[in-house]
Ligand binder design. Structure first.
Ligand SMILES: Cc1cc2nc3c(=O)[nH]c(=O)nc-3n(C[C@H](O)[C@H](O)[C@H](O)COP(=O)(O)OP(=O)(O)OC[C@H]3O[C@@H](n4cnc5c(N)ncnc54)[C@H](O)[C@@H]3O)c2cc1C
Length: 489
């Protein structure tokens, strides 16, 4: 690792990666420290993937302002970063008079926040939009959309790397020492680095890192949300995300959301997590999802369930009242050289770039930033065989015969895509790294056919011993050795 940087970002989730990309518009030496083996393993890879419109959040808050801004710019962002995105709109459905009143309130709040096109509609109009949606009436929000949160985070990080940012994976920040000249000596699991600026975008760990950097006092409550992933067979019925009318505390119960790839997510519910790593799926939560999900989506059939997962919301609360607070984005004069982001829960995915621009502005208010004349906002993703027409497939195979060999049958992922994913710009070398870049293992068989073939490709391409290839986190080996005297390679 290089020893001196202008800016070091702690945490390479969607927010840290957006900040890295925005900072790379300037002539700065920038590094991102990420404790995990990839950029989207924590909250940024464990969410609904909704591009929120911004009607839920109190007018004037950072949550409201950044959600509206992030929503409005996303067509251009998705085009620049070559990521899948659909502006599907969203139905927020109601059943009772009380629900109707709440929807009217949120329509008024949304309009005050600058959300365009909100309408209260009846069942007849709902049937025209999406007959599979539950509810007697709804608020229609045409601005909402869906995106792939893995690919969005990866694309931001890859574009940052393309523009000169260094990513250090499996590298945890453990503490800092202020040096005599006021710069920071950051201690990490890969040694010490020196930097003029440090950005805290450590997600669930943001309150701890804030304290380590000299800003104590923030309290984060981990609130878990569990999901069912439904097969693409269910996806044929789900055209539009369907949410229930918000609760009195402005949270949503279980919703049903189509994904950009044609699956359906049912969830998340909401429960206090045991701790910040409590990602296990529980039977009680699954039973609850089936019951509440069926109210939103009429095709909740157990035969469609292919996987479950959980995410944890880093909710910043007032320690005295327990009331949930706005995002923190600050740079305090008494703690110079620190940009601090705390409590970036939903709508953090939607808000990542607006937050990033504001983080850069805090630095720009304190020193002159020189534009990077070579900054290139464009990133190219892996071309997907599954999305090609027959003619395009024939041409792709003619140009690269690896496009003619299917590795993942369920998702029609070819060897060519697997190889591009293995040689990704971030240097992620895990099976899950290939999964989130290609969708291999994400289909109905959940990797039964392709997981070992991906492992073999990692072994062949990188020369890594089988027993050293990880599924995801460091030490999550695919194999611990061989049986029957097989090859130990
Ligand atoms: C159930 C659920 C549903 C959601 N749905 C949506 C949605 O539909 N739309 C939306 O806009 N938002 C949604 N959100 C919110 C959104 O996912 C988050 O706001 C966003 O992902 C936060 O990104 P982040 O980069 O701050 O956090 P993270 O993705 O958690 O990234 C922080 C990174 O910091 C790293 N890190 C932590 N400590 C250290 C350290 N000491 N050293 C080095 N690295 C460290 C972590 O490993 C992690 O990768 C949802 C969240 C949840 C939980």
């Amino acid at each position: 690792m290089q020893q001196n940087y202008d800016v070091v970002i702690i945490g390479g989730g969607v927010v840290g990666s957006a900040i890295a990309r925005e900072l790379s518009r300037y002539r700065l030496r920038i590094a991102v420290l990420e404790k995990e083996s990839d950029v989207c393993t924590q909250t940024s890879g464990r969410n609904t993937g909704m591009l929120h419109a911004g009607f839920l959040y109190k007018t004037g808050t950072l949550k409201a302002i950044c959600a509206v801004e992030g929503n409005q710019e996303f067509d251009q962002v998705a085009a620049e970063l070559d990521i899948p995105f659909k502006r599907t709109g969203k139905l927020i459905v109601g059943f009772t008079d009380e629900d109707r009143q709440r929807l009217e309130n949120f329509k008024a709040r949304g309009e005050a926040n600058g959300v365009k096109g909100l309408e209260i509609i009846d069942r007849k109009r709902m049937d025209e939009l999406d007959p599979s949606a539950g509810g007697n009436f709804a608020m229609w929000c045409p601005a909402s959309g869906i995106l792939d949160p893995f690919l969005y985070t990866i694309a931001l990080a890859e574009n940052a790397v393309h523009n000169g940012v260094e990513y250090h994976l499996n590298c945890a920040f453990t503490g800092e020492t202020r040096q005599a000249d006021g710069t920071h000596l950051l201690h990490t699991t890969q040694g010490d680095v020196s930097t003029r600026w440090v950005v805290n975008s450590a997600g669930l760990n943001s309150a701890v890192v804030s304290e380590q950097l000299g800003i104590p006092g923030y309290v984060i409550k981990p609130v878990k949300g569990e999901y069912f992933v439904l097969d693409k067979l269910a996806g044929q019925y789900a055209k539009i995300p369907v949410y229930p009318a918000p609760n009195p505390d402005n949270t949503f119960d279980t919703h049903a959301t189509p994904t950009v790839d044609g699956n359906v997510l049912v969830g998340p519910d909401s429960q206090l997590a045991r701790d910040f790593q409590d990602y296990e799926s529980t039977q009680a939560a699954m039973d609850g999802l089936i019951e509440s999900g069926s109210r939103m989506f009429k095709h909740m059939d157990r035969s469609y369930f292919i996987r479950n997962f959980a995410g944890i919301r880093p909710k910043r609360i007032d320690p005295e009242t327990g009331v949930v607070q706005d995002f923190v984005l600050e740079c305090r004069d008494e703690v110079p050289g620190v940009v601090n982001l705390v409590g970036i829960e939903s709508p953090g995915l939607t808000s990542a770039l607006p937050l990033a621009r504001r983080a850069v502005a805090l630095i720009a208010q304190r020193e002159v930033l020189t534009p990077n004349p070579n900054f290139d906002p464009v990133r190219h993703g892996i071309r997907r065989f599954a999305d090609m027409s027959d003619e395009e497939r024939a041409q792709a195979i003619a140009e690269n015969p690896d496009y003619g060999e299917i590795y993942c049958r369920c998702e029609k992922v070819t060897r060519a895509e697997i190889l591009q994913a293995i040689h990704n710009p971030l240097g992620v070398h895990t099976v899950n790294g290939v999964k989130v870049r290609t969708r291999a293992t994400m289909g109905r068989c959940q990797g039964g056919y392709c997981e070992t073939r991906i492992t073999e490709a990692l072994h062949q391409e990188l020369g890594e011993a089988f027993a050293r290839i990880d599924l995801g986190p460091q030490g999550s080996w695919m194999f611990t050795g061989s049986v029957k005297g097989g090859d130990q390679a």
